[in-house]
Structure formats: structure tokens, C-alpha cells
Design a protein around this ligand. Sequence first.
Ligand code: VGL
Ligand code: ZN
Length: 211
Amino acid sequence: MRALLIIDLQNDFCPGGALAVPEGDAIVPTVNKLLGNFEHVLMTQDWHPEGHRSFASSHRHYEPYDVIEMDYGEQVLWPDHCVQGTEGAEFHPDLDTTHSELILRKGFRPEIDSYSAFYENDGETPTGLAGYLHERGIDTLYLCGLATDFCVKWSAVDGCEEGFDMYVIEDATRGIDQDGSLQQAWREMEEAGVEAISSQDAVSNQYPSVL
Ligand code: VGL
Ligand code: ZN
């Protein structure tokens, strides 16, 4: 059984938002078209408390996009974004969220960031997603959303390690591309066994039994 997983398609990651991904909003119509082709649709929502440790504003002498060492490894420091309850944390207003059966919030612990839909950035605190998918008989995930080189990549790679079949829908995702991170992300995903696919192919691959 397959599902569509929409990563962080929120205002702050779209043009005009606090951590805007170039053309982040351009994928919304594509994602809306995909929805109807999936029996299961899940979404993640980046959901930080004010003063979150991933914010540059929480560290003296640091600027957004600086990289620091945290207990759990390297952390990019971001502009304040997706603060709980703010408009920036809301889903893009044109995204059709009615089909979504699960909204998984992440990054809500003040001391730790969470890019992946499966694990927080320590690599060991699970979000519960794998258990949810197993219980519902979902073994194949199609990923779209923002940003390709951070939350999409981390989710895709972790999903492979958890034993799921992972696809990333290329034309339904956009990247931040910080110092070549986008190309690097595609390389890492390929090495992990993630397959890149177009939205057209994701749709025509649906329900193999009826083809
Ligand atoms: C993301 C940076 C910080 C993402 C979330 O959704 O890719 N990137 N928080
Ligand atoms: Zn975040």
C-alpha cells in the first residue's frame, strides 16, 4: 500500500516567508493534482516553539545560515520560522488539506531540531511515523514538499533505512540550495536507494492492479 507524504508545505517556506525556498509555492498546484491519486495522504508540519535552538536568534554572535556544533552534531542556524500558532507555520492557503489523514508535527522540542519525518536530528528519537505506517499497512511512500535538501532528503533517507520503498516526486519539491546542498542531497538520496520520479509517473504508477 502506498501513501503520499507532503513535507512542510507551509507559508514560511514559500516566497514572502521567513525561510523562503525559491519557487516553493510553485509546487502547490502539482501537489493538489497528486492528492486525488492516493488513498492515503499524510503531511508534516514544522512546528517550533519561540526561542527554538535551531534559530540563529537563540545564539549570541551567530547569524542565520551559520553552522554550529550541538550535542547531536552539526546544526544550521535558521531565521525564526514556523513558530507554533503563527501564520508562517500554517500550510500554504492554496494547498488542499482535506484529504490528509495525518498531520505529523515535528521540531516542537525546544532543544532539538527535527528535519526528518521519522527521527529528530539526534537520529534516535522517533516521531512515531514508522509505527503508524506499519500499523496501516503502508510500505511505499511518495514524497513531495519542502525543502528538497533538508526535510525531504532526511525523511527519504531515513524511510529507506526503515525499510520503506521511497520515491521523491522531483517536480513537486524545491530546494534551499545552500552551498551546493541540493546536488549533494540528490546524491545522498540516490545512494540510500531513494528513487526520483516525475509527478506524471507517480500518477500513472498508481494502483498497479488496474493497469
Ligand atoms: C526545514 C530548515 C529548517 C525544511 C525545516 O522543512 O526543510 N528546513 N526547518
Ligand atoms: Zn524548522
